[in-house]
Ligand binder design. Sequence first.
Ligand SMILES: [Zn+2]
Length: 245
Amino acid sequence: MSEYDLISKIKDINEFVESFKKLLSIENNIEIRSSYQAGSTSIVCDCKNNKWILIYYPNDPIFLLIHELGHLYLTQITKCIYFAKQPPSNTDEEIFSYVNSIVDEIVNYKLSRYEEIYPYFVNYIEYVFYRTGNGINIKNLQFPLSFYIEYYLELNFNLNTSELKTLKPRIQRFLDDYEHQLVRDRILDKKDLPPIKNMLENFSDYLENETSTTFIYCIIKILKGLKKWSSGFINKNIKSIFHLK
Ligand SMILES: [Zn+2]
């Protein structure tokens, strides 16, 4: 598969974004800015001007553009803007990395249910495998376990049965290699992996929901299940990220 197949160019980005805004019933004002510098596609609130700025890197897979719209979609269905906004500056960076990974997978689950979006999602997964070849070098990641959780949820819950079947060997190899590195680099003890994977299997129980409290509860459960932080520290950060009383 060539890189050209994976990154299909969009002829008219405004038209493209409009069509997906319509599909997802997103009513926010969105200003699109394309950038060819290093970075990745993202969305930021320009709340003073009542709009969102979607920064698009044309070398990114198109799905990432839809993914950013997906954050707005999630804010719309839950009436909770904090699924799209950056956290307050006093938030623990590591915890936020995990929260963001889980929110991203709730977003991708919701998006991949749309048959108009699903092919872009599959294309993105193929792109991930293509780019990472025989696996990711986790030494380049700031919080490798948070990305493991992201990939685990992404590859186990968002594909439909037919892709799950065809991609199974690659998924298995990818996750096995990732787990091997987590243990090798002493990020996890080998015995900690099965309980973490067991806990992640419960992710699907929350996905059909549309309320912010259910999603936040799901995030807290995963964070606590990792046994990395005290409950108090988790609660404090969750309250700050989601502006809870
Ligand atoms: Zn995201």
